[in-house]
Design a protein around this ligand. Structure first.
Ligand code: AMP
Length: 398
């Protein structure tokens, strides 16, 4: 692995890397930084927790020269991710003059419009709110030189692709575009072909495998014993910081009510019905350690970089196999060890099979000792499911 000092980053950025405490580049950084510094477009697939943010942020900040208008635009699918990237951009721009503005929904326009009037160098935005500001005449994108489309598959899931296209259309065609997506379904490939010019392709690790530092397993359980089992798991697990993912907001609220009174739990809850101010409080508190447990819906929590998470519990098997990898990717980040448990009920076997097929790995089924199971029929070892071929068409007899 080359050292950061060998990557041709500007001196203020190198100082910032030192301030961040990074000693050597991660794989994606070592690959992406030299290419980005040549001014080339990049299409990158990378697992969460691989240092992707710095991989696009460091070369971009390094190349920027002061101008009178926004020159770097970063699109993120969620407010939380946008805020997280804002923190990193501020950190990497610490030793050079750089004005950053964050635009996302759920809050008023006043402060954001004020920020825009100060002619920021960098805009980090969710697509809808950025378009609102454009429509209000608060901002033009014709000076953008660096366009970063991050977590594009998530933007697709959330229905943002039409907005993203409109935004890309408003940027000058002479620009550098860095494009990151964990998966590349057809719609994303089409967008990439349209938005990028002769991109260099970067892929770090299998797109599908969970981080190697995560120990993960299923806990089969009857549907109506889920809460009981999760309470017991929480009780018996020696966690420093625990994220629990639920499928619905209602499940998140109900689990929060059950777990918040546990002695070892300093719990908080995060989902999209919670006011932005309280969401920020929940996240900041979890990051700082004021809370040691956060119960979140996947939508609210995907892609968040929260370091030092020791445990993840999935209240249900994710319906979408990719989400499994994303969720358990919260732990075991930046080479730390982590553990992830997923509750599995009979109605979720199909999803569990899909996850095992997706990660190409049999996931161990565990039973909690001395737990009063009503029944568990799912403990027997099954082979990794094979991809089901569509049945061959029947031959007609002539
Ligand atoms: P990301 O994949 O961008 O969400 O980054 C995951 C975590 O790794 C973040 O907490 C980063 O601060 C951290 N990180 C990124 N690059 C490095 C590096 N070169 N050395 C150590 N930690 C890093």
């Amino acid at each position: 692995m080359p050292a950061f000092t060998e990557l041709n980053l500007s001196p203020p950025v190198l100082r910032a890397v030192e301030k961040a405490g990074y000693t050597e580049p991660t794989q994606i950084q070592a690959q992406a930084i030299p290419i980005a510094l040549e001014g080339r477009d990049i299409i990158g697939a990378s697992q969460t927790g691989t240092g992707k943010t710095a991989a696009f942020a460091l070369p971009t900040v390094s190349q920027m020269i002061p101008t009178e208008h926004p020159q770097c635009l970063i699109l993120e699918p969620t407010r939380e991710l946008a805020a997280q990237v804002e923190d990193q951009m501020r950190l990497f721009g610490h030793y050079r003059p750089m004005n950053v503005v964050l635009l996302h929904g759920g809050v008023g326009y006043g402060k954001q419009s004020e920020g825009l009037s100060r002619k920021p160098d960098v805009i980090i935005a969710t697509p809808g709110r950025l378009l609102d500001h454009i429509d209000r005449g608060n901002i033009r994108l014709d000076g953008i030189k660096y366009l970063i489309l991050d977590e594009v598959d998530r933007m697709l899931d959330m229905g943002f692709l039409p907005d993203v296209k409109k935004i890309v259309d408003r940027c000058p065609s002479e620009r550098q575009t860095l494009f990151f997506s964990a998966t590349m379904p057809g719609a994303i490939q089409t967008l990439a072909n349209w938005a990028l010019k002769e991109p260099a392709e970067i892929e770090v690790g299998g797109r599908r495998s969970p981080a190697e530092t995560v120990d993960h397993c299923f806990y089969p359980v009857a549907m109506d014993q889920r809460d009981e089992l999760i309470e017991e798991l929480v009780e018996r697990t020696d966690f420093k910081s625990l994220m629990i993912f639920t499928r619905t907001k209602k499940e998140a609220d109900s689990l929060f009510e059950k777990l918040k009174s546990k002695e070892k739990a300093k719990a908080t809850v995060l989902h999209s019905d919670i006011k932005q101010r309280d969401r920020t409080k929940a996240l900041d508190g979890f990051r700082s350690g004021d809370f040691n447990m956060i119960i979140a819906t996947d939508v609210a929590a995907r892609g968040l970089d929260i370091s030092g998470v020791t445990h993840v519990i999935n209240y249900r098997v994710p319906e979408n196999a990719e989400d499994y990898v994303h969720r358990i990717g919260r732990t075991g980040r930046a080479k730390q060890e982590g553990e992830a448990f997923t509750l599995l009920s009979a109605d979720e076997v199909e999803f569990a099979n899909a996850v095992e097929f997706y990660v190409g790995q049999k996931i161990e089924r565990k039973k909690l000792d001395n737990f009063d199971y009503v029944y568990t029929t799912l403990l027997q070892d099954q082979p990794i499911p094979k991809r089901r071929r569509p049945p061959a068409p029947k031959r007609r007899r002539r």
